[in-house]
Design a protein around this ligand. Structure first.
Ligand SMILES: *[C@@H]1O[C@H](CO)[C@@H](O)[C@H](O)[C@H]1NC(C)=O
Ligand SMILES: *[C@@H]1O[C@H](CO)[C@@H](O)[C@H](O)[C@H]1NC(C)=O
Ligand SMILES: *[C@@H]1O[C@H](CO)[C@@H](O)[C@H](O)[C@H]1NC(C)=O
Length: 268
């Protein structure tokens, strides 16, 4: 009897929560970007879940008032993608002046449409191939316009392309789909002309994957760990990395990799 009642209540509460829309994600994300730019702190973010917020920078939990939101950042560039299925967004910002930063942030919303988790990959001077000016110049030149509706790939196709890219690192039998002009912006370094494939000596196990997928922009972002790059961090779990990709017609066209190093330039 009691369990039936609980089931009924659970069913009711999930129906009661509003659908996650692109507009909602845009609004919440814009308030996060504005808060980052103003230095006004977390209270400037709309729709933060009070009690249960998980805040992480570079895979470590941190008090939200002590991280990158604690001082104004002069943002030169921002780009966001929106995942209405997972109710999450991913944003990259580039700051070239003052304290240069390239920050990637995933905002995840709960069933009440409140942000319950903020994870940021915070790259600064000394991180892998870090060069905020290079990131800004190359990033700005790319076209991430919405894909016409008739040409959009499904979520599954976008995810399969993105995962094939990172699965191929340790398995050269996997052939990820790339456009002929595929390019990778790795830190501030641009590798263009279709040279996107990477293979490393196995075993190469990429774990802790967190996805944000946007069919309208053909975009997938994957937060994950990268084995072996940082010589001061054990292979497992590896270094905090993020890869944002644009997929067109099932093929990867752009890759943005930002990797946080413990030792300067990961000790290399
Ligand atoms: C957040 O906390 C304030 C003060 O404790 C409370 O009034 C408000 O209802 C809370 N909001 C949410 C969304 O939990
Ligand atoms: C973010 O980028 C948009 C253009 O894509 C721009 O209109 C907006 O002002 C930017 N926000 C900040 C805080 O720089
Ligand atoms: C990769 O790591 C995960 C998590 O530690 C583990 O469950 C999985 O078995 C590993 N896979 C391989 C191929 O080593």
């Amino acid at each position: 009897m009691v369990s039936l009642l609980l089931l009924a209540l659970a069913g009711f509460s999930s129906q009661a929560s509003a659908a996650c829309t692109r507009d909602l994600l845009k609004e919440v994300t814009a308030s996060y970007i504005a808060a980052l730019g103003s230095g006004e702190g977390p209270t400037a973010i709309s729709g933060l879940a009070n009690d249960s917020l998980i805040y992480q920078e570079n895979d470590a939990e941190l008090d939200i008032t002590e991280g990158v939101l604690s001082a104004a950042i002069k943002i030169d560039f921002n780009r966001s993608i929106y995942d209405t299925t997972e109710c999450a967004s991913y944003t990259e910002i580039v700051a070239t002046t003052g304290h240069p930063y390239v920050i990637g942030t995933r905002l995840a919303l709960n069933a009440d449409n409140k942000i319950y988790k903020i994870e940021s990959n915070v790259c600064e001077t000394g991180d892998w191939l870090f060069d905020a000016k290079g990131t800004l110049d190359y990033n700005k030149k790319e076209s991430w316009e919405p894909i016409p509706e008739a040409k959009r790939d499904s979520r599954e196709v976008i995810k399969a392309a993105g995962e094939a890219y990172i699965n191929a690192w340790g398995d050269d039998t996997i052939k990820p789909p790339f456009t002929a002009d595929c390019s990778r912006l790795e830190g501030g370094l641009y590798i263009s002309g279709g040279k996107c494939l990477l293979n490393f000596p196995p075993p190469f196990n990429v774990t802790n994957r967190r996805f944000t997928i946007d069919e309208e922009l053909g975009a997938i972002d994957i937060f994950h760990n990268f084995p072996f790059l940082d010589q001061s961090i054990p292979r497992d779990p590896g270094t905090q990395t993020n890869n944002l990709m644009r997929v067109e017609g099932g093929k990867i066209k752009y890759i943005h990799e930002n990797t946080v190093c413990d030792a300067k330039n990961c000790g290399r």
